[in-house]
Design a protein around this ligand. Structure first.
Ligand code: HEM
Ligand code: HEM
Length: 175
């Protein structure tokens, strides 16, 4: 039993975007001020908007179509897994909403082509930025635990939980 291919694609595109956005956000200020740093931030904002769109599609697909597999665990582990998944969705929504708010608070520009209006003063922009970073770090920390659980299923318990979320070609490669 596996998830449908759209659920699997949406899972891995969201995971890739979350990790890429976090890495860019944490490393951008290491680049000296100038056009390169601006372009790197613009990449963060562009991927950020893409992330918002993919997350919306994922949530609509999850609630309207998409395969719903029976829980892989029982008892306390099932509660832990389900709560982790809901918390991941909640934190992704929080980081996306705070990211959008941050973009308007800072009045960012996308590669110098599109300019957002600056809707907050410096102190407000700082606070929104801090909350955005906090939510971003929380998503990463929880996703790391979630990934460890997925790998433990595969390598320690030798069950098929990880395979339910792997694309076809990855499955063929693991056989
Ligand atoms: C999973 C999604 C995201 C992650 C993991 C993430 C992560 C980060 C991180 C770590 C920072 C640096 C915080 C700091 O040092 O102050 C940052 C800054 C920022 N992010 Fe995101 N972000 C995400 C989505 C978004 C989205 C959707 C937008 C809006 C389109 C966005 C807009 C911004 C802005 C405006 C900044 C501040 C830039 C600056 O200081 O000049 N982010 N993000
Ligand atoms: C930022 C990274 C990630 C995020 C935000 C994330 C998020 C999620 C969410 C929200 C679900 C629940 C799907 C649903 O029922 O609607 C899920 C399921 C799943 N994820 Fe991730 N994930 C990430 C990375 C990973 C990684 C790296 C792995 C593998 C090592 C993984 C393996 C799985 C598996 C196997 C399931 C299905 C669990 C089951 O059937 O009970 N995920 N993920």
């Amino acid at each position: 039993m596996r998830y449908d291919s759209r659920t699997i694609a949406l899972h891995w595109v969201t995971a890739g975007l979350v990790i890429a956005l976090w890495i860019i956000g944490q490393t951008a200020d290491l680049i000296p001020r100038g056009p390169l740093r601006d372009a790197y931030w613009s990449l963060h904002f562009t991927l950020g908007f893409l992330f918002v769109a993919v997350l919306l599609v994922r949530i609509v697909w999850r609630s309207s179509g998409g395969s719903h597999l029976p829980p892989a665990e029982r008892g306390i582990l099932q509660i832990a897994a389900t709560s982790t998944h809901y918390l991941l969705y909640a934190l992704m929504i929080a980081v996306a909403a705070l990211g959008l708010a941050n973009a308007f608070a800072h009045g960012v520009s996308l590669f110098g082509i599109v300019h957002f209006p600056r809707l907050a003063d410096h102190a407000q922009a700082e606070s929104i930025g801090d909350l955005h970073e906090l939510a971003a770090n929380a998503v990463l920390a929880l996703a790391a635990l979630h990934a460890i659980a997925g790998l433990a299923h595969h390598y320690l318990r030798h069950d098929t939980v990880l395979q339910r979320m792997l694309p076809n070609h990855a499955l063929r490669g693991s056989k």
